[in-house]
Design a protein around this ligand. Structure first.
Ligand code: SAM
Length: 305
């Protein structure tokens, strides 16, 4: 696996905690991706009793799990307590007035790190995670943990960012200096490898691209800051002097489109894998153990399961 980000988890927690109150308004992409992840569950016959949302943030996907599986016990985990506090306010609104009055939240909210989760083996039938994995510096540890938590035949369904994400920002910074200013995002084949190493079966990946456009390059940075997605290098040093920032913004201009706007590309990796004892060995299995398939193939596969 190529080197992952050496990310400082305290910094991640601080950035997301600071962003918690403004997150929902800025998280346009996260909301769209959560909706796509949720739609995929239309195709799965699984009737989970216990569902875990890892890196749940303000509960955008948790809320969808509560609607989709009203009888299930839903647990939402996040590194950031303020993000979960925000989720509590939102999710409690779903409960009846008496429950609301008593501060009852229909999901269990747990502050914990995805690398080490406080639940017993085989506790969940379904684990979902939307745009959290790219913040983890040890994917093997996280997948091993999620595999441990799934009951046999349970399903892991997730999204993460692939290497093309923020390619314009990365290229603009590269014109200015040779330091890392943007997270390194892992290729879906490497994610598939990590799933297999963790003991998952039938990993399936595909990507979808989103392009957000802005009036000015500064808009890209402002959006990232608003959702707490500021680059969190392990050394925690400030990376952006004013002069260098201006130079980067100027370099970004070369991406300006004929319609006058500047783009920010996001490559979203969708993945799912089963806690099956056997790894899929079908004839079309691609390199690195990842089976790439269309949405139609995916429908056929999940209908069979
Ligand atoms: C981009 S937000 C996505 C939140 C939510 N899933 C959504 O779709 O809006 C990423 C979340 O992952 C959380 N996170 C990052 N690293 C984590 C870790 N190691 N363990 C648990 N949560 C983590 C952050 O605190 C943040 O709330």
């Amino acid at each position: 696996m190529p080197p992952m980000n050496r990310i400082n988890r305290h910094t991640i927690r601080r950035h997301f905690s600071r962003a918690a109150s403004a997150y929902d308004e800025a998280a346009v992409l996260q909301r769209a991706v959560a909706a796509h992840l949720d739609e995929r569950l239309d195709l799965v016959t699984l009737r989970p009793e216990r569902v875990l949302d890892v890196g749940a943030g303000t509960g955008i996907l948790t809320e969808k799990m509560l609607s989709r599986y009203p009888r299930a016990e839903v647990v939402a985990v996040d590194l950031s307590e303020p993000m979960l506090r925000h989720a509590r306010g939102k999710l409690a609104g779903r409960a009846g007035w008496w429950a609301r009055l008593r501060g009852h939240c229909p999901a269990h909210l747990v502050v914990a790190d995805a690398h080490q989760l406080p639940f017993g083996d085989g506790s969940f039938d379904l684990i979902v995670s939307n745009l959290m994995l790219q913040w983890c510096d040890d994917l093997d540890a996280v997948f091993t943990e999620l595999r441990r938590l799934l009951r046999p035949e349970g399903l892991l369904l997730f999204t993460s960012f692939g290497p093309d994400t923020l390619k314009e920002l990365r290229a603009a910074w590269a014109q200015v200096d040779d330091r890392e200013h943007v997270n390194t995002f892992i290729d879906m084949h490497d994610v598939g490898d990590a799933l297999i190493r963790a003991g998952f079966g039938q990993p399936v990946m595909d990507v979808e691209h989103f392009t957000l456009t802005y009036a000015e390059p500064m808009g890209v940075l402002k959006d990232l800051k608003a959702i707490g997605a500021t680059y969190s290098a392990v050394d925690g040093r400030g990376l952006t002097g004013k002069g260098r920032l201006q130079a980067m913004l100027k370099a970004y201009e070369r991406f300006r489109q004929p319609d006058g706007r500047v783009p920010a590309t996001y490559e979203v990796v969708h993945g799912h894998a089963w806690a099956a004892p056997e790894v899929f060995k079908g004839p079309d299995r691609a390199r690195d153990g990842v089976y790439e398939m269309t949405l139609e193939d995916f429908q056929r596969q999940v209908r069979k399961s």
